[in-house]
Ligand binder design. Structure first.
Ligand code: HEC
Length: 164
């Protein structure tokens, strides 16, 4: 009887060790997985504000103007949408920075441009585009990047690789 008792104890304790080992293994696996995911997050690509400005905002500001001047209202609407996408990315990827905090100043100006586009009104388009452009500079000054001065384009044709 005593012997049987000892056997049971030995069996149970080795079972506990086995379970403990497995637990330790799966914890280690989980930790490795977390570490590799954390490394991925740390290395994830985040576009810089300057990148968003020169790769998204600047070209779509220009294309928006070209489309409007050519009264291609459908294209103008599309360009305006892509331009606002640049600002949304600033708010998404740079939350809490001065540029993200200042971004809302641009939306009413974009809405005014959109209204002119909807009404196919070239005069309203030109005046709202000028205010939009002035607001680019207001924000550059507010964020201490006043060195970047944006102007309303004056000549057509720099993007001569696309039909407007
Ligand atoms: C919410 C604030 C804000 C608004 C609005 C804004 N910008 Fe900017 N812009 C910045 C900041 C901040 C920088 C500097 C980013 C950097 O260098 O990291 C910048 C830089 C730039 C640059 C220089 C980028 C480079 O790498 O050379 C251009 C071009 C530019 N903006 C175009 C525009 C245009 C066009 C508009 C309007 C349609 C506009 N920006 C509206 C904040 C703004």
């Amino acid at each position: 009887m005593k012997r049987l008792f000892v056997i049971i104890i030995v069996f149970l304790s080795s079972l506990a060790t086995l379970i403990g080992c497995n637990q330790e293994n799966s914890n280690k696996k989980l930790q490795n997985k977390i570490d590799s995911l954390q490394a991925k997050v740390n290395n994830a690509y985040v576009p810089g504000t300057g990148e968003i400005m020169s790769n998204i905002v600047l070209p779509h500001h220009y294309k928006l103007w070209l489309a409007g001047e050519n009264k291609n209202w459908e294209l103008a609407k599309y360009e305006s949408h892509l331009l606002s996408g640049g600002f949304k990315r600033i708010q998404k990827f740079h939350r809490g920075t001065p540029e993200a905090n200042n971004t809302p100043m641009i939306y009413p100006q974009l809405e005014a441009v959109d209204k002119a586009i909807k009404q196919h009104d070239i005069n309203a388009f030109n005046s709202s585009f000028a205010v939009l452009t002035a607001t680019c500079n207001t924000c550059h000054q507010a964020t201490n990047y006043g060195v970047n001065i944006i102007t309303v384009p004056t000549a057509k044709g720099s993007f001569d690789n696309q039909k407007f």
